[in-house]
Every structure is written in structure tokens, then in C-alpha cells.
Design a protein around this ligand. Structure first.
Ligand code: ZN
Length: 248
């Protein structure tokens, strides 16, 4: 099962905090395909990657189109399945920020926030994180190209050490794949675990000011396909106030 958002633009995973089209723990995984080249955002939890692969197949996007898999951050629901994507699609290059790369490749459960997340009950106690590897270190502001898409990483520490948003300009539209950095209605995701910092949020989220994005497409909950910047700007306004911002 998958969701077609627009021509060549699909959601192929999303668990309990999404549309429920894959394993309960998966973040939303997006597949964009244009002009014979395709990209993915994130890889899900690894609890049942085969389910995501079936969804991808159903879209009809040929596997050989896959050029880049952009990682928003290291947390298990986003990269626990990365190693399986790399086995299945070895030609697809994984892109992640340097700080996230280290954690994806060799982070401990503590550093991945998993110890605290298991205590919260957010992961099954027997969940095991399998390390993937990163082919390309995302540089802030560097452009990547796939078909008619231009993809630009914007590194915004706060939710995690180097959580990364990706600006995608495609068909005259500007879309921000914001990971867990900012959700609809300006909701943030500060966590009580290694790598998450409200001070970093204050320092780095303002990099998203003035992007004029049409769409805000986070890794959980709802997306805003129009007036996306309005939701980002709400978060930036919250971060200026001494009151704690709305968080999940
Ligand atoms: Zn996260």
C-alpha cells in the first residue's frame, strides 16, 4: 500500500504516527521519481523493511531509478532499516550530515536515543538497531540533482545532533522535507535524550526563515501541501518566546 501525493511523488511507509501503511514504528518514507531518477527520504525502522519494499514496487518506480537516499537523522525509526535498503539498492547513494553519519555507522543505543526511547515505551524492548553506512556527507547548502529535482540540505541541530531538513525544488514548487525538526503547526520535537537540545533549536532552526516553501513534509503526523512556510514560521515565533514551545 502506498499514497500517491502527486505525479511521481509517493509516501511508501509511515506507521502509527503516520498513515499506517507500513510497520508501526516506521517514520514516513517518501519516494520521488522524475526523468528516470528517483530519491528517497529516510528508510524506516528495519522491523519490517520488506513491507516498505513491496509498497515501493507497487508504485511502479523502477528500482534502477534510485539515485539518492537522503537521511534526516539517525534515530531508529528513520535509519534502522538503512542497511537493508543498501543491500537491496546498492546503486543508491546514502546522504547524511557528518554528525548523523557517525551515529548511523557506530552510535551506541544511548547516543541514538534508544535507551531513553525504550524506557519511554516508544520501542519494543527487544528492538535492535542495525548500523547502515553513509556514502556522502551532506554539506549545508550544497545542491544535489535527480531528474528535474534540486535538493539542498539545511542542517538544523535541535531534535538531534545534526538533524537535516531538505529543500526540494521541483516543477516550480518548493518543498521542505523537515524530518523531526519541525512538524505542522510549528510543533517541535525536543527529546530528553542525547543529542537533543532546545538551545540548538533556538540557534539553528532560524535557518529555515524566508525559504518560502509551499509544502512542509515532516517525517510524522500531517503534512501541509500549501502554505508550508506558515507552519515553519510558527515554530520560529515560538522559539523567540520564553515559554516552552509546543512539542511532541
Ligand atoms: Zn527522531
Amino acid at each position: 500500500m502506498y499514497i500517491r501525493i502527486a505525479d511521481g511523488f509517493y509516501m511508501v511507509a509511515g506507521g502509527d504516527a503516520g498513515p499506517g501503511i507500513s510497520c508501526f514504528k516506521d517514520c514516513n518514507v517518501y519516494l520521488l521519481d522524475d526523468g528516470g531518477e528517483a530519491i528517497l527520504f529516510d528508510a524506516g525502522s528495519g522491523i519490517d523493511s520488506q513491507w516498505i519494499f513491496r509498497n515501493m514496487e507497487e508504485t511502479g518506480v523502477p528500482a534502477e531509478h534510485l539515485k539518492y537516499l537522503f537521511v534526516t537523522h539517525c534515530h531508529g525509526d528513520h535509519t534502522g532499516g538503512l542497511w537493508e535498503f543498501q543491500e537491496k539498492f546498492p546503486h543508491c547513494k546514502v546522504v547524511a550530515a557528518p554528525g548523523e553519519r557517525r551515529l548511523i555507522e557506530e552510535g551506541t543505543e544511548f547516543e541514538l536515543g534508544l535507551t531513553a526511547a525504550k524506557i519511554k515505551g516508544a520501542y519494543p524492548a527487544d528492538y535492535v538497531f542495525h548500523h547502515g553506512h553513509v556514502d556522502i556527507e551532506a554539506q549545508d547548502g550544497q545542491e544535489y540533482y535527480a531528474g528535474g529535482m534540486v535538493i539542498t540540505p539545511i542542517i538544523t541541530p535541535g531534535h538531534s545532533i545534526e538533524s537535516t531538513c531538505y529543500l526540494v525544488c521541483w516543477r516550480g514548487r518548493r518543498m521542505l522535507f523537515s524530518g523531526d525538526s519541525v512538524y505542522k503547526n510549528g510543533v517541535l520535537s525536543l527529546q530528553n535524550c542525547y543529542g537533543s537540545s532546545l538551545e540548538d533549536y533556538r540557534n539553528y532552526l532560524p535557518k529555515l526563515a524566508g525559504l518560502n516553501v509551499d509544502a512542509l513534509i515532516p517525517s510524522h503526523f500531517g503534512m501541509a501541501l500549501t502554505e508550508g512556510q506558515k507552519h515553519v514560521d510558527k515554530a520560529l515565533a515560538y522559539l523567540k518566546s520564553s515559554a516552552l514551545p509546543p512539542m511532541v
